[in-house]
Ligand binder design. Structure first.
Ligand code: HEC
Ligand code: HEC
Ligand code: HEC
Length: 284
């Protein structure tokens, strides 16, 4: 008897969950999240991007296998098939729960065909293999790159007291203060705010090197500096139109460009990658 109640209760909970998702179906996106074991194969847990480099090897080996099968070059073909197999199996060494995503049968068919110098079978199995690669990629590639390769600004400090995000808030206020004061004819405050913004941009520039160690990013760049000068001139003696144009150019160069690469990814990651627990679903 007890079991029957238990099953009925389970069914009710399931129906409620289905109902919740259905009711919010326009707002709910189901994303398969990659296993957390992946983290150890990425920076900062690992010194190198081990997972990604294994993938690059697989792609190269797939290309070589196809090339030598087409050219009926048995010796080179076999060499590359061995390596392909090695790095393919490494997927499940690194992330054991993904063992079931591997098509080990196809892999052994491919090995067999190459050992028998059956080039046309190799090419057939190669195609099947590529489909199996793609099927894991369809589910996990983009989300994995987003999770483990989006630069993390949460630990970046501008000074001891000021975090990166707090500094962003300061920058916006300064940009807007220039606009407000210029529009209302308060030239001294507009110019003082421009001087503040220039200082803040320089301190932001000091943070780039935290991540851009080899590919140094000059911030503010030469073009940004020219635009800052031009804005100063137009705030002193230009028309409202010139002021607006310079400020717009500055915002694109100094803010929007970087947001295009950095902020969009950070925002997407924060939305998608945070743990979506059952409590969130209920709250929703
Ligand atoms: C079990 C899942 C899985 C399987 C199977 C798999 N991959 Fe991947 N692959 C991934 C994930 C996850 C990424 C994303 C890694 C990243 O961008 O950091 C990826 C990324 C890649 C990339 C990098 C793409 C780019 O340019 O950024 C290549 C190339 C690649 N895989 C090749 C292959 C090949 C070839 C095979 C089959 C022989 C294969 N993969 C099988 C999960 C898989
Ligand atoms: C938290 C780490 C981090 C910080 C801080 C950071 N970046 Fe980046 N940035 C990256 C990563 C990672 C990439 C992607 C590089 C790649 O994939 O090759 C990137 C790419 C870029 C790119 C596009 C690629 C290029 O080299 O042209 C620009 C432009 C850029 N960053 C500018 C800046 C500027 C300017 C600053 C400082 C104001 C800055 N970044 C601070 C991590 C960071
Ligand atoms: C290094 C590249 C970079 C540059 C240059 C940059 N930003 Fe940002 N900005 C970011 C990133 C990354 C975030 C998201 C930070 C987060 O949410 O953790 C952000 C977030 C913001 C936010 C939202 C802050 C919040 O409270 O969520 C504002 C506002 C902002 N930036 C304004 C500006 C302005 C104005 C400029 C130009 C003067 C500028 N940013 C230049 C990378 C940059």
């Amino acid at each position: 008897m007890r079991w029957r109640y238990f099953i009925i209760l389970q069914a009710i909970i399931l129906l409620l969950a289905v109902g919740l998702v259905y009711k919010h179906q326009d707002k709910v996106t189901l994303v398969k999240t990659p296993p957390t074991e992946l983290a150890q194969w990425y920076k900062p847990e690992n010194k190198r991007q081990v997972w990604l480099h294994n993938m690059f090897k697989l792609r190269r080996e797939m290309q070589a296998v196809e090339f030598y099968a087409q050219n009926k070059d048995a010796e080179h073909l076999q060499k590359w098939v061995v390596q392909l197999n090695q790095h393919y199996v490494k997927i499940s060494d690194m992330v054991p729960v993904w063992q079931n995503k591997l098509s080990l049968e196809t892999m052994s068919e491919l090995i067999k065909a190459s050992e028998e110098n059956d080039f046309s079978s190799v090419l057939v199995q190669h195609k099947v293999m590529q489909k199996s690669c793609d099927s894991c990629h369809d589910d996990y590639q983009a989300i994995t790159a987003l999770t483990y390769r989006t630069p993390d600004f949460s630990n970046i400090q501008i000074t001891h007291e000021i975090s990166f995000v707090e500094h962003m808030d300061t920058l916006t206020r300064q940009v807007n203060q220039i606009k407000i004061s210029a529009q209302d004819g308060n030239k001294p405050l507009a110019l003082a705010s421009l001087a503040d913004l220039t200082d803040s941009m320089e301190s932001l520039g000091g943070s780039c090197v935290d991540c851009h160690k080899k590919d140094r990013q000059a911030y503010p760049s030469e073009v940004m500096k020219k635009t800052l000068q031009s804005l100063q001139v137009s705030l002193e003696s230009g028309t409202a139109k010139q002021q607006g144009r310079d400020l717009g150019t500055l915002a694109v160069l100094a803010c929007a460009r970087c947001h295009g690469t950095h902020r969009i990814a950070v925002g997407a990651k924060q939305k998608i990658v945070k743990d979506v627990g059952f409590s969130d679903l209920i709250k929703h």
